[in-house]
Write a protein that binds this ligand. Structure first.
Ligand code: C2E
Ligand code: MG
Length: 730
């Protein structure tokens, strides 16, 4: 109707274009295209002329058939239709138009004006009925009115179509939203739910319509969700991002009731009011619910990682402190007791180094699960370091309870753990501190338990000990010594003394043992027994060991250059030095730098240290032995009962512990162990050094045994480097 056209109607009726277009897009009646259908050419032409004069566009058709043909080719706003026509009369045309061209308005203009034909025409869809001949004003008025009405109708239809399309669009958006979108009535019952509720909670919208929103909320979260779900507030005060759990549909329940399975959601909602502000009547709530289960899972994992040890899945130090803090405030309130244990696995490093880290990890896991099996649900066991665990026992009746648990733990570990086919035995040193007597704060309790643990470690391990006040003094002293050692290393306060070893047959000095001294600026000379254990405990021993090696080799180099080329210098090694990555290279390097042949240096290692990791010790010492370096077993005879290692290691010397010789006073005394050691050493091709020779009787006794090397106060005290050099010269 709005386009122009150029169709040539019948031969004698060219189409005419004229009229004015309305400003709002809808065709004004005058610019409408009118199809005049009449078999009477005269009448057709006169109507056309009349309408052209009014500004209409006109097309004429002389029959019903031609009219339908024109309609199918172009859009016609209005048809003026005669009823009486040959072949196809006006009523038939009306029927066809109603069927195929419903948008075309039809006015009947007919000579036939019976009531029946008029009614019939109106029934078939004609909008008005005019009798021929018709006054021009009347025709114009009716045409205008019909076209106006039709225009309005079409506008409404177009609007409706637009509305439908828009609603479809919105529904699509709402139903395909990744979130649940809901509306509640003013009493909190669901009045609308989009389709997301099906995929998320397994409900269809209909299941929930009319039900109260709280039915969907997990019982534990109902308080939290009550006001948010049926939010009445609007704007910034309305609920946003409130987290709680929604229950999913339990398929097993016929009444659509929620099951126990739930998901975490985040809800934002706002009240709906009749006139869009809070002064209006409250109509209900509109809200959006987002599934945040994935995020929650990620948060939980991160939280777990933050507060747990991932290897054993036990709480870590941070969580332990948190639990201890809670337990302490409860104990304070209830005036009850609690115990804190510090557990340190004995010899874990040895197992880790010998069987490998994977096996070490598996041992830790197995041990953690055994420890857990000894505990109640309310106890907290935490892994606070490589092989260190803390245990909190809240609400104990007394120290017997704690002792019982410690015993249980030690018993549990008596059965070996099987790893890679090996039976691995593990044990713990356990220190116990009690609240309130051994400390009232987290720090005090953990420290007291730690001190007690060190105490039992120093006394043979594999046991437990309660904290006692005199440990405090010991601990304080150890801390002072430790910081003193650091200063001593920095300020060169360490010094080596040398104690001679004599060949009792030739009465000549054949060797020296380097013994460390700490020349303390205030306390004078401090002996190693006081600081070496602390250095070993704190790890400072490796630094001290390196210094001793360098210093001893420097001195030995000077002896070599002074012509004392047959003197063997012995130095003492600690366990930590033997496992250092550069153990062999540092020794060989020191020898080379000072021009010393390997066989002038002897490394004294105690039985206990050698046994900690035999395989590693054997392979590392072997490399040194190849270069001639001598290996001595220090304190021989008091450590291990098994002697198998004597053949497995590249040994040269056995240094017999002082205790064996101390009882001998005269050459006629008998000590079968000493005799046996000499016999065995001879058999194995090993040299024997006897320590602690203090009197002539012992010298005579040893001479009878043909002892080649002896050491003791009688033969020479440990002395400064200067004095040792003078002694050599003499
Ligand atoms: P050790 O290896 O058994 O050294 C011998 C200890 O016995 C020395 O004590 C020495 O002074 C003492 N001694 C020597 N002859 C006699 C005697 O006739 N009677 C008695 N009662 N004692 C005698 P010192 O120098 O106090 O050393 C104690 C321990 O400290 C050493 O025992 C050794 O295990 C350790 N040590 C000393 N220097 C070092 C070092 O440089 N590194 C390491 N890791 N440990 C060292
Ligand atoms: Mg020694």
């Amino acid at each position: 109707m709005k386009r122009s056209f150029s169709w040539q109607a019948g031969s004698d009726h060219p189409d005419v274009e004229c009229g004015v277009r309305g400003v709002r897009g809808r065709a004004e009646p005058e610019s409408a295209t009118v199809l005049i259908v009449d078999d009477d050419a005269r009448l057709r032409n006169s109507v056309r002329d009349l309408l052209l004069a009014y500004g209409f566009r006109c097309i004429s058709a002389d029959s019903g058939g031609q009219a339908l043909e024109i309609l199918s080719g172009q859009s016609i706003d209005l048809m003026l239709l005669d009823l009486n026509m040959p072949e196809m009369d006006g009523q038939q045309v009306l029927t066809r138009v109603a069927e195929h061209f419903p948008e075309t308005a039809v006015i009947v203009l007919s000579g036939e004006s019976t009531f029946e034909s008029a009614t019939e025409a109106l029934r078939r869809g004609a909008l008005d009925f005019l009798r021929k001949p018709c006054a021009p004003d009347e025709l114009y008025r009716v045409l205008k009115s019909v076209l106006h009405k039709r225009g309005l109708e079409q506008e409404v239809q177009a609007m409706q179509r637009r509305l439908e399309a828009s609603e479809q669009r919105y529904r699509f958006i709402v139903d395909n939203s990744p979130d649940i979108i809901y509306m509640l009535d003013e009493k909190g019952h669901f009045s609308f739910l989009n389709e997301r509720v099906l995929s998320l909670l397994d409900y269809s919208g209909e299941d929930l319509l009319g039900r109260h929103c709280s039915e969907l909320v997990h019982p534990e979260d109902r308080d939290k969700a009550r006001f948010a779900f049926a939010e009445r507030r609007t704007g910034r005060r309305a609920s946003s991002n409130v987290e709680f759990r929604l229950l999913c549909h339990d398929r097993g329940q016929p009444d659509h009731s929620p099951g126990l399975h739930s998901i975490f959601v985040e809800l934002s909602a706002s009240g709906i009011y009749s006139d869009n502000n809070k002064k209006g009547v409250y109509l209900g709530t509109y809200g959006v619910v987002r599934d945040i289960s994935e995020r929650k899972r990620a948060e939980e994992l991160i939280n777990f990682q933050l507060f747990h040890d991932l290897l054993t899945k036990l709480p870590n130090r941070a969580l332990f402190r948190d639990r201890l803090e809670l337990a302490l405030s409860r104990a304070r309130r209830n005036q009850s007791l609690l115990a804190v244990m510090y557990l340190d696995m004995d010899r874990f490093k040895v197992i880790n180094d010998s069987l490998g880290h994977l096996a070490g990890d598996r041992l830790l896991q197995a041990v953690a699960s055994r420890l857990r099996s000894c505990l109640r649900g309310s106890d907290t066991l935490a892994r606070v370091g490589g092989d260190e665990f803390n245990l909190l026992l809240p609400d104990i009746a007394g120290r017997d309870d704690a002792a019982m648990i410690a015993r249980k733990i030690l018993d549990q570990l008596k059965v070996p753990v099987i790893i890679d086919g090996y039976e691995v035995f593990s044990s713990f040193s356990i220190g116990i501190a009690l609240y309130p007597e051994d400390g009232e704060s987290i720090e005090e309790l953990v420290k007291s338990a730690d001190m007690a643990m060190y105490h039992i470690k120093g006394r043979g391990k594999n046991g437990f000990e309660f904290f006692s006040d005199n440990m405090k003094g010991i601990f304080r002293k150890q801390v002072t010594i430790e910081s003193g050692i650091r200063t001593a290393l920095k300020e060169h306060q360490f010094e080596l003394f040398y104690q001679p070893q004599m060949d009792l047959c030739s009465q000549r000095i054949c060797g020296m043992e380097a013994l460390i001294r700490w020349r303390h600026p205030e306390r004078g000379v401090i002996l190693p027994d006081e600081f070496i254990p602390v250095a070993e405990e704190s790890g400072l021993i490796t630094e001290i060991g390196s210094w001793v090696l360098e210093e001893a080799c420097r001195e030995l180099g000077q002896w070599q250059r002074a012509g004392f080329t047959d003197i063997v210098l012995a130095i003492n090694l600690s366990a930590a030095q033997l496992v250092q990555a550069d153990f062999e290279s540092s020794i060989l390097g020191a020898l080379k730098r000072n021009g010393i042949p390997g066989n002038r240096l002897e490394l004294e290692i105690t039985e206990n240290v050698l046994m900690q990791d035999m395989d590693q010790a054997a392979s590392r010492l072997q490399q040194l032995a190849i270069q001639g370096v001598r290996i001595a077993v220090d304190d021989f005879g008091i450590g291990y009962s098994s002697l198998g290692y004597l053949q497995a290691l590249p040994l040269h010397t056995l240094k017999i512990d002082r205790s064996f010789i101390s009882e001998i006073q005269s050459p006629d005394d008998r000590n079968s162990i000493v005799t046996a050691i000499f016999a065995m050493a001879r058999e194995l091709g090993l040299e024997v050094v006897v320590k602690g020779v203090e009197n002539e009787g012992q010298v005579a006794y040893l001479r009878r045994l043909q002892c080649s090397r002896a050491q003791g106060f009688l033969l020479g005290h440990p002395a400064t480097a200067e004095k040792a050099r003078a002694l050599l010269q003499r």
